[in-house]
Design a protein around this ligand. Structure first.
Ligand code: SF4
Length: 393
């Protein structure tokens, strides 16, 4: 058993459908395929059954439904998928179960259905509070829809709610960012994820910038926006527990901590990634090919758990790779950093001795702090984390 498998498992479910495509989005998601949702749900149930059985009912402590837009599914579809999960996995009673939602999809009745069917955490894609910026993003919601959705979730009993925001995009000013932050904070989220815009290949946003129709994002301004957010959120007692994530006490996202601790997770659905049994893998991107793969005769000469007929790439992770990945992901954890004893239990070596020269250089430059319990980024290291990560790969 791989060390990362000694801890309870997480499950990621990818729902690859969206009503419209946002201008910055490079996720594996498709418009105008809603007619495939029912066959997709059946394929997903088969994949869940396949991987759960072959893993001998692994214990799950988090489930994250992302996409895409999971809030396009209806209660009966969620119920069918949850039934397959519970039949084939051992879901802990206190498991964190998150739904990513588009604000436009949320009514009070739908929020109650989501709670009844098993969700206990929601993540809303707010992105910005400004109409012009939402329109640049080609988002289909307006800002009022965010407050209505938050209200609906609160009234339905959700006490763990995240808002996603984006900063550092063309034409955004420090003032508009400060206002977006204030408007988000007025909704009293339990958790905030703040993402610096990354121009991804193939997106309209990147094309507009390359053609000169939009200005290049300004990295210095984005750094000012990030610092402003760090300051403002600290004043309100949000704990920055990861480079891009803040939470009120007890509200850190356990699912994402699984990734940052480099523990095992199973990914199902088209284009999902997973890391379990010592393998990293990715499933077929195309929903049509995914449905076909999971509908075909499954009695094949299968590879090891967690392989399924929907898996397209499947790579065994060697020790050096696991060490690098554990370092890079663990250093994103601002509070805890990487715990030296746990690292030594996992790899049989002290992490500082593995990368002594690099860590001493970063410590001298004020980018990391090292004590007997842990290694973590400093305030300055947080801003220059890419330099640290590059050297540790
Ligand atoms: S809603 Fe999310 S997944 Fe869908 S296109 Fe927009 S950013 Fe991408």
């Amino acid at each position: 058993m791989a060390y990362s498998d000694k801890f309870p498992l997480s499950l990621y479910i990818h729902i690859p459908f969206c009503t419209t495509k946002c201008s910055y989005c490079a996720f594996n998601t498709y418009t105008h395929l809603e007619h495939l949702i029912d066959p997709f749900v059946q394929a997903l149930q088969r994949e869940i059954e396949w991987v759960g059985r072959r893993g001998h009912r692994p214990v799950l402590h988090t489930i994250f439904w992302g996409g895409g837009t999971p809030s396009l599914l209806q209660k009966a579809q969620f119920a069918a998928i949850f039934a397959s999960i519970r039949e084939n996995f051992d879901v802990r009673p206190n498991a964190e179960i998150t739904l990513e939602a588009n604000p436009n999809d949320i009514t009070r009745a739908y929020a109650e259905e989501l709670r009844d069917v098993g969700f206990n955490r929601v993540s809303l894609g707010m992105q910005t509070a400004h109409a012009g910026e939402l329109s640049l993003f080609r988002r289909r919601h307006n800002n009022d829809a965010v407050a209505l959705a938050v209200n609906a979730f609160r009234r339905a009993g959700f006490d763990s709610l995240n808002l996603d925001l984006i900063y550092g995009f063309p034409h955004q000013t420090l003032e508009s960012w400060a206002d977006t932050l204030n408007q988000a904070l007025a909704l009293k989220p339990d958790h905030l994820s703040l993402y610096g815009l990354s121009l991804e290949d193939g997106t309209p946003m990147k094309t507009w910038v390359m053609r000169g129709q939009l200005p290049e994002p300004d990295d210095d301004l984005a750094a000012d926006m990030y610092e402003l957010a760090c300051q403002r959120l600290a004043e309100l007692d949000y704990d920055q527990y990861e480079i891009s994530n803040w939470a009120l006490p007890g509200k850190a996202c356990r699912h994402n901590l699984q990734y940052w601790n480099n523990y095992s997770y199973v990914g199902v659905g088209p284009g999902a990634h997973g890391y379990a049994g010592g393998y990293r893998y990715a499933t077929l991107l195309s929903p049509q090919r995914y449905i076909k793969a999971m509908s075909s005769d499954l009695d094949v000469d299968a590879k090891a758990y967690p392989w399924t007929p929907a898996v397209e790439t499947f790579t065994q992770v060697d020790r050096d790779t696991e060490i690098s990945e554990t370092l890079i992901m663990g250093l994103r954890l601002i509070d805890t950093g990487i715990e030296r004893q746990e690292f030594e239990d996992r790899f049989g070596e002290d992490l500082v001795s593995i990368h002594r020269a690099a860590f001493e250089k970063f410590a001298d430059a004020g980018l990391v702090e090292i004590d007997s319990a842990r290694v973590r980024l400093t305030e300055r290291g947080k801003l220059l984390s890419n330099i640290v990560f590059r050297e540790l790969v």
